[in-house]
Ligand binder design. Structure first.
Ligand code: BEZ
Length: 211
């Protein structure tokens, strides 16, 4: 059974480039992103890890800890991190988990045998403060992920965790939100002092409430 939204993120202990890591303890009171990449010393993965390292301040700003993972050994991760610095112009600044015994990959269903029997696919899990899975994504090995999109989803998740709103297609931080259908118009007047627009009884928009 694959990991589904609302499940508790499985806890584990693993070796990483930042030392031994007990996942739930490491997360502490932060949101988390756990993402797998197929293999060390590969081109797409190299660019992905460089990109995440560059975006670290953005994850920090949102109280999100990020960890990468592949089924390679810690010694390979350490050698490869020199290449990441050399080619991407940024040092690895988050833990890269060495899952050479595949414990974590199997726990999280990151190996899809019909795609590749041994390597992890490009999985992403976003984990909330309650340690529950808030998002899962699976990309093929040949397509590098869009990490700006992950930040956008985190903005939406953090907003909708605190306010009775959802976010529309292509929403970005600062744009109007949608009032969830369970909120009546009377309730909406109290909850959203900036007002709201009723386009249809089921489609009501309001300025982003935390702005
Ligand atoms: C890459 O990261 O470049 C890659 C990894 C596995 C298969 C194809 C590409």
């Amino acid at each position: 059974m694959s990991i589904q939204l609302g499940d508790t993120a499985p806890d584990f202990t693993a070796r990483s480039t930042d030392g031994p890591l007990q996942f739930h303890t490491w997360l502490g009171n932060s949101w988390g992103v756990l993402f797998s990449h197929p293999k060390d010393f590969t081109p797409v993965c190299t660019t992905e890890l460089g990109q995440v390292a560059k975006l670290k301040p953005e994850f920090d700003k949102r109280n999100v800890k990020v960890a990468g993972l592949s089924v390679d050994a810690l010694e390979d991760h350490e050698k490869w991190s020199n290449d990441i610095l050399e080619t991407q112009g940024v040092a690895l600044n988050f833990p890269l988990i060495a899952d050479d015994d595949r414990t974590v990959s199997n726990l999280y269903g990151m190996i899809h045998p019909n795609a590749d029997n041994t390597l992890t696919v490009r999985s992403v899990f976003i984990i909330g403060l309650d340690k529950k899975i808030k998002l899962t994504l699976t990309y093929p090995a040949s397509t590098g992920r869009n990490f700006d999109e992950l930040l956008r989803v985190i903005d939406s998740l953090q907003l909708t965790a605190n306010y009775k709103v959802a976010t529309p297609a292509n929403w970005k931080d600062g744009e109007d939100c949608i009032i969830v259908p369970a909120v009546s118009n009377d309730e909406a007047q109290a909850l959203f002092p900036k007002g709201f627009t009723e386009i249809k009884p089921y489609l009501r928009t309001t300025p982003q409430p935390d702005r």
